[in-house]
Design a protein. Sequence first.
Lengths: 156, 156, 156, 156, 156, 156, 156, 156
Amino acid sequence: MTKTWNIYLSGEIHTDWREQIISGASDRGLPVIFSSPVTHHESSDDCGVAILGAEPDKFWHDHKGAQVNAIRTRTLIGQSDIVVVRFGEKYKQWNAAFDAGFASALNKPVIVMHGPDHQHALKEVDAAALAVTQTPLQVVDILDYVIKGNLAGYTQ
Amino acid sequence: MTKTWNIYLSGEIHTDWREQIISGASDRGLPVIFSSPVTHHESSDDCGVAILGAEPDKFWHDHKGAQVNAIRTRTLIGQSDIVVVRFGEKYKQWNAAFDAGFASALNKPVIVMHGPDHQHALKEVDAAALAVTQTPLQVVDILDYVIKGNLAGYTQ
Amino acid sequence: MTKTWNIYLSGEIHTDWREQIISGASDRGLPVIFSSPVTHHESSDDCGVAILGAEPDKFWHDHKGAQVNAIRTRTLIGQSDIVVVRFGEKYKQWNAAFDAGFASALNKPVIVMHGPDHQHALKEVDAAALAVTQTPLQVVDILDYVIKGNLAGYTQ
Amino acid sequence: MTKTWNIYLSGEIHTDWREQIISGASDRGLPVIFSSPVTHHESSDDCGVAILGAEPDKFWHDHKGAQVNAIRTRTLIGQSDIVVVRFGEKYKQWNAAFDAGFASALNKPVIVMHGPDHQHALKEVDAAALAVTQTPLQVVDILDYVIKGNLAGYTQ
Amino acid sequence: MTKTWNIYLSGEIHTDWREQIISGASDRGLPVIFSSPVTHHESSDDCGVAILGAEPDKFWHDHKGAQVNAIRTRTLIGQSDIVVVRFGEKYKQWNAAFDAGFASALNKPVIVMHGPDHQHALKEVDAAALAVTQTPLQVVDILDYVIKGNLAGYTQ
Amino acid sequence: MTKTWNIYLSGEIHTDWREQIISGASDRGLPVIFSSPVTHHESSDDCGVAILGAEPDKFWHDHKGAQVNAIRTRTLIGQSDIVVVRFGEKYKQWNAAFDAGFASALNKPVIVMHGPDHQHALKEVDAAALAVTQTPLQVVDILDYVIKGNLAGYTQ
Amino acid sequence: MTKTWNIYLSGEIHTDWREQIISGASDRGLPVIFSSPVTHHESSDDCGVAILGAEPDKFWHDHKGAQVNAIRTRTLIGQSDIVVVRFGEKYKQWNAAFDAGFASALNKPVIVMHGPDHQHALKEVDAAALAVTQTPLQVVDILDYVIKGNLAGYTQ
Amino acid sequence: MTKTWNIYLSGEIHTDWREQIISGASDRGLPVIFSSPVTHHESSDDCGVAILGAEPDKFWHDHKGAQVNAIRTRTLIGQSDIVVVRFGEKYKQWNAAFDAGFASALNKPVIVMHGPDHQHALKEVDAAALAVTQTPLQVVDILDYVIKGNLAGYTQ
């Protein structure tokens, strides 16, 4: 029975990069289980108050929600084999950088994904990663190589 | 194969809060395994002397039992993904607070459950938790959200 | 240069047990540094809002304060050699039990101090301790023995 | 001999917030040693190539520099008692969020500082902190309280 | 799916105490996997030289064997939930005490088994254990209680 | 259900020593899962640039590839029960020695394999190992003994 | 300022081997701090009951004492750089073997000292050590070499 | 009082690279303590047998010496802030690569030093380092920058 790899997909939630990686890995038959934060934006923002009671102060509204989300995210990052962190074109995305730092301190191999525009601003994050990618396909290629040893043009 | 979450249910043993959480989680189809201390009060008090021999001094009677119980509780807390700690209306319940501290030092996400009367006295415990609840239903809702991303009114 | 021992004194803040231990240790010439939570009750309750801004909701008032106090207490417990936890006659004192659990999970030797009335209720905490005492003098005697090997009636 | 606290000051480098905290702590006579990343912007960007040789590709220019800086930053964060992370008004500041995540995973108490505009975007970072501040004076007040137990209006 | 408990049985190899525990646990239907050192005495002594080549010096003969055995024993102890250590009537059995110390430092719950004659000599080992037993039946009773909550005379 | 042992096979990639161990273990019916670095030489050298883009500078070509390989190797070493490291007749094989050091610091039992010519040069590596072998058969014999307790001439 | 080495001297308490090592190290001017268990036999046996109250049952008499001693021994072993464990000619000395196992699991370098008669019985302990000595002078020679690089006949 | 940095200098022992780094750091007034393996070649080879008794078999001669050296090297690497590993022109130097792997697994920042000829063979080691240098002066420049923030041409 071969090892199943746990891959945590952190970061940007407005494009379909997760789906591309998941379907790409499925097409290659990789033994992987993907996990991620809750990517439903409104749920993620409101989960704390929806379950635990409303807060008039937005700070505590956010605090409650972020802590409930942390139950999921810290657990899954802590149990993953590889953490992929994508930075999209927009927004601050500090939670993505936070996850990258968190994963690094736990010695998880980190794969970063972002466009060339963010290169300088992300240099500390990139320097802590074992691979810096731009596309979901590159992540799939890395997983295929790391897990099964496949490399197009070499091993087939 | 999705991850199975191990949930430890610590604390008060005189109401049916554990059963409510367990049946609630079952109704939602959550992939969870619950564990808990031995909740049979007399067994828990007497297990040490019943198995290892009677003690005339109540201190050692208690000591033997508490150490045998610790074989179970520390192992299960140490292997859990989430620790839920409930403080009931009555009794000192120092073992519940001990478990909360123990789980915190192990970086386990802690969910606390207690009524509003205990809020001030439990402020240090609450401050170490990622969620402070009052009812079993809230715990089930958190598990449903954390594990499956479900949030009533949002994702359905 | 002999080792200096760091001793954290957790728990009850309404009697002078800390002062008794500190002066007892000083009389014996023990190389110890004592630390403790902030024991000024009102400061401890209000530090969060006094520094970071008022909260209309008592829960967040308490939360802010407890988290600021945790910066101190978790750091000092984590760096101590021995943790002494005293349970007084009154109040819930869940923070004391929390500290005992926290220290136990960090493998700190724990010395508990409490009167005989609390014996049964504290059995789990006692079972995790390496010594269960009733008086400050006993704690001083333990420190004197553990650190310098002194035992009245034996080594003098 | 009282404990000396090591405080790491991470984040924004374009205002004098570090100097304000350092001088404030000095005025209070706090036993602290502050450390920080190299805050000279050009040095920080170019240290890799200046010492180890030029790189025609900006990515590797940045990579070399970020890794040399990491020798300093990860070591100092790893040895600090408290990590303060400030997010300024401008720029992405992903390294600040990375440091906050890194420190959190190492169980370092984190104090965050930022203006109200960033509250929602920083909710995950704030939720991992033990204090969320807006001004250097608040950080000094926290250090004064945490280290010496001083709280203006209470203990003087 | 309930948890399967891994129980390591260390120590004396000249009586059938392991078989008694294993069959007792089987009779109770406990979800346990037992492991142990290689208990075939001659194999255990000679495994090093039999596989890796003879040694004229008995010290290196023993050294090679003990290191090969350590591959097994340290791995299994490190992955066990509970470590049972039995001291028999005869021999030095320093390896049993070594295993008890090794397991203690790894925070494994230790159950010791020995006759009353060894009580004083084993006081440090006993003091590090969570249960001190005399018979295999007591170990089975503890496992039954710890794993399933069964306690004869109480829960049936 | 008996434990499955994870065995990582590090080092030389130009002879069939891995296949010999794998088929030997299979013949014995050992419950083992073997893992290894990618042993396709060209893939291993080029995986970084093939997936992430070409580099004109050979140093960064190598760097990218080595970091992608590290995602695989550090993960598998970190999750293995035993690490076998073989040094062949030729080449520097510093990666093999690196893996041995890495595994040692993680407390993994290390089995080294090399010919007698390398004995003095490998003395530090050998001294950190629990067995020093010369042939794949010896490794299979050790696994058979460690996992099943089989030792030819003794237990059959 | 050169490093001061902390050396814990565990085991036999009936001969002057500790004094020989301490004076030998002093003669060589080694920067070392030695620590040890309390070696006053009666104090060590009775410290628990002398401080915490008498016990009619010898088991609890021993238990109390052993736990008080553990406050000292586990702390000092945990903070030492090197652990020396001596097995004398007589007695069971299971606490010495326990300490060796405890130190090994903490990755402390262990130096064992014993006569040739105990070689076979101590093979597991010896196999976990980095040096097996017979005399205090050999321990001093090792410390002199390890700390200062001195080796008689070579470096002078 | 500023932090003193502990720098371990591992690897090649036939040139004066250590002296160059040490004197360079001294010229810059850096608060550093350097440590290293014993660099006296014959002592390092013979320390085991010289202290613990001769061995007719060269393997055990080497084994004894390598284990005594490990008392020093593993302790000092484990307590260092930065590990510098130099690979010289000649010899296998597997111990240097072993140290690099050992330090990496302990999360120590590693600085590698070697000539361009070794680049491909050392790619895995380089990929685990935070800086790859060729000269002692570069190491001194890195230490000066990392510790004091000095960078020639920028900060003066």
